[in-house]
Design a binder for this molecule. Structure first.
Ligand code: PEP
Length: 254
């Protein structure tokens, strides 16, 4: 895995009120605080719980992330949240282009591109999500879909911008379905994504960029996925909502 530090990231989606989120965060911090050396841990609660959860995780090894942002810094954009606001709420990471946003909210590659730019400008670490649908996999379009999502998502960036970039490969057919890509299937795609980075931005970035796998990651499949040379971590949805279960995923190498 070269020198890439593993990242286990939890996407809480639209789950948990403020008090529920605080309770889960408190339990999680206790369960994973031994991991400061080996693994980066991040949780992305809903916007409303960011500030209270930030108070819980601040002095722990758990980092805070958001699930989305809007690319302007401020203005008349009712209902939107800027990257500066996320930073002020304690965020270090932001998930961008999750398939649920693409699917239900019409998020385009162009929007994803602007969001990544806004994240980088405000020193947030962007987690760019890419992945093919079941139909696209069946029609053998996986590679062309990923090629387009990555090229358009990273359009007009230069090497220097992307030093913290994280990519999450999340096959849409594996999200929340209990179906996981096999570790070989995921490895093949991760290698492809890494070679795309190499072609566009050079060897150094391709070797240093963390590529996470997401899609029904659970305690019983995480170790096999993490054993693959190009899988550097996991983006975990459902299984991140329970602190005990998520902690088992964080401890994949124990
Ligand atoms: C996700 O939401 O990014 C995800 C991978 O969900 P799940 O782990 O539930 O499949």
């Amino acid at each position: 895995m070269e020198n890439r530090r593993p990242l286990i990231a939890g996407n809480w989606k639209m789950f948990k009120t403020c008090s529920e989120a605080v309770e889960v965060a408190e339990q999680l911090v206790k369960l994973v605080n031994d991991m400061t050396d080996g693994v980066d841990v991040m949780i992305a609660p809903p916007f409303t719980a960011l500030a209270p959860v930030s108070d819980i995780v601040r002095k722990s090894c758990v980092s805070l992330g958001a699930q989305n942002l809007f690319w302007e810094n401020e203005g008349a954009y009712t209902g939107e949240i800027s990257s500066a606001m996320l930073v002020s709420a304690g965020c270090r990471y932001v998930i961008i282009g999750h398939s649920e946003r693409r699917q239900y909210f019409g998020e385009t590659d162009e929007a994803v591109n602007k969001k990544i730019m806004a994240a980088i400008k405000n020193d947030l670490i962007p987690i760019l999500c890419v992945g093919e649908s079941e139909k696209e996999r069946e029609s053998k379009d996986t590679f062309s879909v990923l090629d387009k999502q990555v090229k358009n998502g990273l359009k007009d960036f230069v090497l220097d911008d992307l030093k913290t970039l994280v990519i999450a490969y999340e096959p849409v057919w594996a999200i929340g379905t209990g179906k996981t890509a096999t570790s070989d299937q995921a490895q093949e795609i991760h290698l492809f994504l890494r070679s795309m980075l190499e072609k566009s931005f050079g060897n150094m970035l391709s070797k240093s960029t963390r590529i996470l796998y997401g899609g029904s990651v659970k305690p019983d499949n995480v170790s096999e996925l993490m054993a693959m040379p190009d899988i550097d971590g996991a983006l975990v949805g459902g299984a991140s909502l329970d602190p005990e279960t998520f902690s088992k995923i964080v401890h994949f190498n124990k």
